[in-house]
Design a protein around this ligand. Structure first.
Ligand code: SF4
Ligand code: SF4
Length: 135
């Protein structure tokens, strides 16, 4: 979910595989520098959805649990999901890439999906745009 659903790949953004997944938001500890949640530093992450990790870092609430589940994740993993703070999500979320969207596999995506019993994405998961009409 940290990736960029609606990145214009699909005519209907809801066809984006991440919006039927969400596994990475319920698999990893999501840690980032505290300044990302400080408005006076230009941070935009809602601080009330975070908790301290160490003197330098915060985590998204829920992601330090034995079975992580980000507090901002809506929906059901593997079904229909969305990030409740998509425009304000931390930098680490923005860095996660879904496998094969840009022609390469990504280990984080594959680990998260396998961890939730979902098959890793395949190149064919991105073929819809190839047959979609242009314009
Ligand atoms: S902030 Fe959003 S993108 Fe990041 S882990 Fe939570 S639900 Fe996922
Ligand atoms: S695990 Fe992969 S496909 Fe699933 S939401 Fe994250 S980046 Fe997207």
């Amino acid at each position: 979910m940290g990736c960029a659903p609606g990145g214009a790949r699909f005519p209907d953004p809801m066809d984006h595989p991440c919006l039927r997944c969400g596994a990475c938001c319920a698999f990893f500890r999501v840690a980032f520098h505290w300044s990302e949640a400080e408005a006076f530093m230009g941070g935009v992450v809602p601080v009330e959805l975070t908790e301290p990790l160490d003197p330098h870092r915060l985590v998204m609430r829920g992601t330090q649990a034995r079975r992580p589940h980000c507090v901002a994740l809506h929906g059901e993993v593997g079904s229909t999901t969305s990030c409740g703070i998509y425009e304000r999500r931390p930098s680490v979320c923005r860095e996660v890439q879904p496998s094969w969207e840009n022609g390469v596999a990504h280990a984080q995506c594959e680990r998260a999906r396998i961890g939730h019993g979902l098959a890793p994405l395949q190149p064919a998961d991105w073929t819809l745009s190839d047959s979609a009409p242009v314009g």
